[in-house]
Design a protein around this ligand. Structure first.
Ligand code: FES
Length: 59
């Protein structure tokens, strides 16, 4: 069984996890220079957001 989750990290990106391993970090602050990927700019611009599990699926 494969478990897929998208986790919105506190003050950071959306992480796509497959079986508990992070496969990609997607920008959600809108300031990355490597969109759609997070490049860490969220910390420099003071992005603030809650952490939550945005999506979860088991196949
Ligand atoms: S969330 Fe990391 S650069 Fe936007």
């Amino acid at each position: 069984m494969t478990k897929i989750r998208i986790i919105s990290k506190r003050d950071g990106p959306n992480l796509v996890e497959v079986d508990g391993k992070v496969k990609v970090a997607l920008c959600r602050c809108g300031h990355s220079n490597k969109k759609p990927y997070c490049d860490g700019t969220h910390a420099k611009v003071g992005f603030r957001a809650d952490e939550k599990i945005a999506f979860e699926l088991e196949l």
